[in-house]
Each structure stands twice: as structure tokens, then as C-alpha cells.
Design a protein around this ligand. Structure first.
Ligand code: PGA
Length: 251
């Protein structure tokens, strides 16, 4: 059985002081939660505060992006070793907002994932279709293009160390969640892509998180689908009580 992961993506929210306040409230609410891995992805500047606050807890810290070069004249970028030194264990790669506003492509997703893996970070690689794709019946085509051109280009060993997040763009921040059945169908398709590119063992072991308006009141229904191995949560991960009740969906 694949171990579940509940990850919070804070996007461009929270200062260091707000981060410390969040963990003070959140950590006790999930300290007894053993059924899943708990990940929080603050913005870069709040990572050290988050790592410090999450020490001796069951919460690990992720970054929201990374650059693939080791170092150099790349103004504004952050390297994998900087994230590792800061205490990150995961990194989100190819989030739809990075693809839409900051030029991430399949090619940069692959480069970032390879660099992250080489540094010992666990990439959470995001894929997902826009509303126009879904309405024109192109969901599989888009997911396959993003899969084949991104995680599909990793080596089998590299692939066995990543997580994928299926995030339909029309469900992100819109309050419009994919139904558990729609999400499960897309996850099944991505697992099939993994079986075709790698092996059925790789596909069976791959953890695929669902993201897009996950809230305390829909997490249970989503997690009832065995294709869904966890969630990547945006807005609802900013409030300690709301994120804790998502983590504690089993209770
Ligand atoms: P949301 O964001 O939960 O606010 O829809 C999810 C994400 O973008 O990862």
C-alpha cells in the first residue's frame, strides 16, 4: 500500500513571523497523525523559520521551486544545495502557476527534477489540464504530453523517487474541485503513462497527489479513492486548523 502524503503549498503567503505562528498552532494538532507524510511548502524566505519550527515534529518542509544549475550568474534563482542546506526535503516542480506566469516547460521541469533528485530532494512534479482542454476532450492528451516530456524523461531509478501531483488548472483556487471520480480517472491515466514508459512496478509504486480546491469538507471523499495517494493543498493549507483537519481526514 502506498503511503499517503498531504502537502501544503503556501504560494506567496506568510512572513517568517506568520510562519512561526502557524507552526505553533499546527504542530500539536497533527502530532499524533501517523497515517500520512505531512509536508509544508513556505516561500523561500520563510523556509528557515519553518524548518526550525518543525524540528522534532512529524512535519517536513518543501520549497516551491528550484533552479537546476549548481551556482552562477542566475539572478533571483535558488539552487538545490541551498534548499538542502536550509533543511528542505521536498520541492514542488512545474506548478501550473510557474508554467503559466514564469515560463516553466516540460524541458525545465525535467532539468529541475533531475537536479533536485541528484541533491537528494524529493520532487513533487505537477501536471494538469486547463478548462479549455477538458471541455474539448484533451485532458489525456495534455497530461500525456506533460508526463512524457517531463517525468517520463527521467531514468527508472529517478522516476521511482518522485511524486506527481495531478492539479487540473480549472480547480486551482476556484473552489471548483474535481469530483473524486474525475480525479481518480486522471490518476489512473497517469499511472498508465508510468506503466508504459517505465514498468507496472513503477506505476504501482508511484504516489499521485490530487490538488485543486482541496478543503476539510471534501478531503474524505477524495481520499476514499484508492487512486489518490494524498493531496497538494493551496488556500486551505494557510490556516492551521483547516490544514490540520485535512491532514486528519481519517478521524
Ligand atoms: P488550491 O491550490 O488548493 O488553493 O486550489 C492548490 C495548488 O495550487 O497547489
Amino acid at each position: 500500500m502506498r503511503r499517503r502524503v498531504i502537502a501544503g503549498n503556501w504560494k506567496m503567503f506568510k512572513t517568517q513571523a506568520e510562519t512561526r505562528a502557524f507552526f505553533k498552532a499546527f504542530a500539536p494538532l497533527v502530532s499524533a497523525s501517523k497515517h500520512c507524510d505531512i509536508v509544508t511548502a513556505p516561500p523561500f524566505t520563510a523556509i528557515p523559520a519553518a524548518v526550525e519550527a518543525a524540528k522534532n515534529t512529524n512535519i517536513v518542509i518543501s520549497a516551491q521551486d528550484v533552479y537546476w544549475e549548481k551556482e552562477g550568474a542566475f539572478t533571483g534563482e535558488i539552487s538545490t544545495s541551498m534548499l538542502v542546506e536550509a533543511g528542505c526535503r521536498y520541492v514542488i516542480i512545474g506548478h501550473s502557476e510557474r508554467r503559466q506566469f514564469f515560463g516553466d516547460t516540460e524541458e525545465t521541469v525535467t532539468k529541475k527534477a533531475k537536479a533536485a533528485l541528484a541533491a537528494g530532494l524529493t520532487p513533487i512534479v505537477c501536471v494538469g489540464e486547463h478548462l479549455s482542454h477538458r471541455e474539448s476532450g484533451q485532458t489525456h492528451k495534455v497530461c500525456k504530453t506533460q508526463f512524457d516530456g517531463g517525468p517520463g524523461l527521467l531514468t527508472p531509478d529517478e522516476f521511482s523517487r518522485i511524486l506527481i501531483a495531478y492539479e487540473p488548472v480549472w480547480a486551482i483556487g476556484t473552489g471548483r474541485t474535481a469530483t473524486p471520480e474525475i480525479a481518480a480517472e486522471a490518476h489512473k491515466f497517469l499511472r498508465q503513462c508510468a506503466a508504459e514508459k517505465f514498468s507496472s512496478a513503477h506505476a504501482a509504486a508511484l504516489r499521485i497527489l490530487y490538488g485543486g480546491s482541496v478543503k476539510p469538507d471534501n478531503i474524505k471523499g477524495l481520499m476514499a479513492q484508492e487512486e489518490l495517494d494524498g493531496a497538494l493543498v493551496g488556500g486551505a493549507s494557510l490556516d492551521p486548523k483547516s490544514f490540520a483537519s485535512i491532514v486528519n481526514f481519517t478521524s
